[in-house]
Design a protein around this ligand. Structure first.
Ligand code: MLT
Ligand code: MN
Length: 310
């Protein structure tokens, strides 16, 4: 199984268009220690020919341009794409906006939970993905689904599972105190396998906490891509960027006793890679104390173009 990291930053990318924090400033200044990153998405393939996108980043066009494997086959018909399916983990802007870049009547299979498919169906702009070409497939929770496209198996199996999280920011309902209107299926993680019992990995770009259920699921996993939005829970407040903590945004932080580094330290995970880093996260900067802490704990910070073979 081939995995390509198309993008590794959180919503807004790195640097984010209106961000003047020290991390973003380093990226604006083209500091080689602050490599720019597009918004998070992975591409997965069992044969290197047909590809499945995990999330559709707003930067999808740039990501395809940077990834020859995702470009039309020169020997194919006038319109063709190696992208056969897209699987969404939430309705967040940074996960769905790229769908608009996949219009032009290209046959595709679009998989998401019923909750996320409902959000897309309720917004007529997504009708640009003509249903005559783009089939919608509801992802069951806790049940494996073999991905198919045009009647042919893609050699990839996906299992969606609920992770602690929240409804997309633009769907929050302030009158539902505490939950903001969050329901099952708003945020999921994915286990992606090549064949039953074969190599598999986890992709969890948004996660509010590692609870006992998630810890059990991740125990012994060979590879986990995990939510690396913030290094510290109060990072946005401390930097004067926002009044929101990571907890409020539905993102566990990397550091601290309740952080993801501590939570996964006990779980015998083979390879741990952070994705979805926010523009404020000091671990984005190579050589920073925070990057050192991440690396000493055995984690990697994903970068655009990173490849993993399982
Ligand atoms: C998130 O990951 O919390 C969202 O992408 C935030 C946003 O929509 O800007
Ligand atoms: Mn996001």
């Amino acid at each position: 199984m081939l995995i390509k990291v198309l993008g590794s930053a959180a919503g807004g990318g790195f640097p984010q268009w209106n961000c003047n924090a020290a991390t973003s400033r380093a990226a604006w200044a083209c500091d080689p220690k602050a490599a720019p990153r597009t918004q998070t998405s992975l591409a997965v393939s069992s044969d290197g020919v047909a590809w499945v996108l995990l999330d559709a980043s707003p930067d999808i066009r740039q990501q395809i341009a940077a990834t020859p494997e995702l470009q039309p086959r020169p020997d194919g018909p006038p319109r063709n794409s190696p992208i056969a399916a897209v699987v969404l983990t939430s309705a967040d802007v940074d996960h769905v906006a790229g769908l608009l870049g996949l219009r032009e009547r290209q046959p595709l299979t679009l998989c998401a939970t019923g909750r996320v498919l409902d959000v897309l169906a309720a917004d007529s702009i997504f009708n640009v993905l003509d249903r005559a070409y783009v089939s919608r497939r509801a992802l069951p929770i806790g049940e494996a689904l073999w991905l198919e496209h045009d009647g042919a198996g893609l050699g990839i199996e996906i299992e969606a599972f609920v992770v602690p999280g929240k409804i997309a920011l633009y769907r929050e309902n302030a009158s539902e105190a505490g939950t903001l209107g969050t329901r099952v299926g708003d945020t999921i993680g994915l286990e992606v396998s090549e064949v039953a019992g074969g190599p598999s990995f986890f992709y969890i770009p948004c996660c509010a906490a590692v609870d006992a259920t998630l810890a059990l699921r991740l125990s012994g996993a060979p590879l986990v891509f995990f939510d690396g939005t913030l290094f510290r829970d109060t990072e946005l407040v401390d930097q004067g960027l926002s009044d929101k903590t990571g907890r409020h945004m539905g993102h566990i932080s990397m550091s601290g006793p309740d952080g993801s580094i501590a939570a996964l330290a006990r779980l015998d995970v083979g390879r741990r890679i952070f994705v979805h880093m926010n523009t404020s996260n000091p671990a984005l900067i190579e050589g920073s104390p925070e990057r050192g802490e991440v690396e000493r704990a055995g984690w990697e910070i994903a970068w655009d173009g990173m490849e993993v073979r399982l």
